[in-house]
Ligand binder design. Sequence first.
Ligand code: 4AD
Ligand code: MG
Length: 452
Amino acid sequence: ARLSVRDALGAPGASGERVKVQGWVRSIRSQKDVLFLHVNDGSSLESLQVVAESSLHSRELAFGSSVEVQGQLVKSPSKRQNVELKAEKIEVIGNCDAKAFPIKYKERHPLEYLRQYPHLRCRTNALGSILRIRSEATAATHSFFKENGFVHIHTPIITSNDCEGAGELFQVEPSSKIKVPKENFFSVPAFLTVSGQLHLEVMSGAFTRVFTFGPTFRAENSQSRRHLAEFYMVEAEISFVENLQDVMQVMEELFKAVTMTVLSNCPEDVELCHKYIAPGHKDILEHMLKNKFLIISYTEAVEILEQASQNFTFTPKWGTDLQTEHEKYLVKHCGSVPVFVTDYPLAIKPFYMRHNEGGPPHTVAAVDLLVPGVGELFGGSLREERYHVLEQRLDRLGLKDDYQWFLDLRQFGSVPHGGFGMGFERYLQCILGVDNIKDVIPFPRFTHSCLL
Ligand code: 4AD
Ligand code: MG
């Protein structure tokens, strides 16, 4: 039977079962009459030890080569694993020129070095662990929403609207190679989506609780360690909410539930990150998980920042957006517990956010969740569900014609509703302590870089 390395390692010790294991050689050590190999197939961080007679050694059998090993699973004398594979046959499927291979045996390459090789870095322990965790967190996200009665919606990738109104759009046009129609394929300008929110709002008007989890695109001219041109966003939209607390509660539950699942399903992978990539991050994460997230208003946040304004390049001021340095300061100030910042100035937020009663100064029921090391992880809000208030806002922004359909939602059975979006890569950075966002996505896209 063909077994994955993971299943082989989990097999009961002395079963003597005849199996076939395929993978890549992670280490090779030959003694007088014995040959030891470690074979990894990506199913687990741990590799399977293969023991063979030295006569099975061949010139092609080298670090990095792909192999198929047939033999018997036996109890291992070593304390490090239960099981090893006693090889009867080792076939090299594809050899590997170790000299030319950018990944070197026994070396712990810096993540920055590995970034040059998006096609090969997945063969390292570090990227292996991060990407397995990413896969697990994806599944856990879907489970969380399913268990909480949310319907999954595939929102479109190509859209004619700019949800965030920030103009950070990639335009979509057919390549000049296609015959018809050359220009104006969609008859309107079309873009890659920056957020599935508006489409989710449509769906929350029928399914009550909905979510989407897909790629989003932003043409931000940024080389920062927390921005990508293509990133994944987890977005939820909930009808019949009473206040912003209802939305914040789901945000906190999502964060904690997904993280607990990841911790229990891939402990070795998380340990690798917390040991080698971000030493000390285990405590930071535990602190986040065991404490209730804090809540402060934007106005309070600005007051805190003004007290400490000598620390910043940008002077904090009511009415302007918080900068990364401000976000970091606030999180520290709050004891390195994630903190919700609520009720931002209306003037700096997108058109769809719900206008708070009272004022001036005018604020909206917006909420950002700031977390240690990363800053903004979630953005969310109550949505303006009142027809006339929204109509006036759109009118003032010159958007009324484009968003008639959005106004319709407020005319045909409108409900108070709200939602949020969580940057999935920033989430992974936050739980693993990975400094650069480019290391938590398989193929990062950013300014001046679209490798592969
Ligand atoms: O705060 P944002 O722009 O919110 C929205 O797009 C809302 N429409 C979401 C919603 O309510 N449904 O983006 C949400 C999150 C941010 O908090 C951040 O974590 C992440 O998406 N994000 C990015 N992540 C990586 N690279 C970028 N360029 C990002 N821009 C935003
Ligand atoms: Mg935001």
